[in-house]
Design a binder for this molecule. Structure first.
Ligand code: IMP
Length: 201
């Protein structure tokens, strides 16, 4: 990796408006212009064919960087459940099959977990930044438990069944500001922000 330059603009390699909003809210403070894949209609969907979160984030960031010529940031997140030996993990988006929805995935998880007393789980995010100077990886983890039924209607994905440690609310019962202080993605992005702030102008 060459000496990293402070970017003027970063492209978030995502079309997921929930994610873009979450990332945008945190990145706003560093005064860098933020775009997303939604600003580049010519971009195709990147198939997540790697078998690790980091590998998939790398594929998305590289494609976006090569297509736009702009520094790009991509994340990949998985829910790792102890009683399921780390599943659904890298397969969290397609857990209940090719036509999976947030709801079908969540109910499949509740079903699989029905007989398990150990409810421990964690969300893990890998964030990959690619610019002309090279690539960097950042990580964020949020630990908690899987409830027996959904609670709350905010957020997305598995949020209604995930209660982070130290809270008596699920991610889906927290406001965006509250989730952004403690979420896996927020922690990874905060690590990235610290790094950007450390670059001398
Ligand atoms: P992605 O590939 O990073 O978009 O994440 C894979 C899957 O993990 C998504 O389809 C969601 O089901 C789930 N997921 C990712 N981030 C979150 C989150 O912050 N809360 C709940 N579920 C999430």
């Amino acid at each position: 990796m060459k000496q990293l330059k402070r970017p003027d603009t970063i492209v978030l390699a995502s079309r997921n408006s929930n994610k873009i909003e979450e990332l945008h809210a945190i990145l706003r403070e560093i005064g860098i212009k933020i775009k997303s894949s939604l600003d580049f209609p010519q971009l195709n969907e990147v198939e997540e064919t790697a078998d690790t979160l980091e590998g998939n984030a790398y594929l998305k960031a590289l494609y976006t960087f090569e297509s736009t010529g702009l520094p790009s940031l991509a994340d990949d997140t998985g829910l790792e459940v102890e009683a399921l030996n780390g599943r659904p993990g890298v397969k969290s988006a397609r857990y209940s099959g090719e036509k999976a929805t947030y709801k079908s995935n969540m109910y499949k998880l509740l079903e699989e977990m029905e007989l398990h007393e150990n409810r421990r789980a964690q969300f893990r995010t890998s964030l990959v930044y690619i610019s002309e100077e090279g690539s960097l990886v950042f990580h964020g983890v949020s630990k908690g438990v899987i409830l027996r039924e959904p609670k709350g209607d905010k957020g997305f994905g598995y949020d209604p069944v995930f209660m982070p440690d130290g809270m008596d609310k699920t991610f889906a019962e927290l406001s965006a500001e509250e989730k952004n202080k403690i979420s896996h993605r927020a922690r990874a992005v905060q690590e990235f922000v610290r790094f950007i702030k450390s670059i001398k102008k």
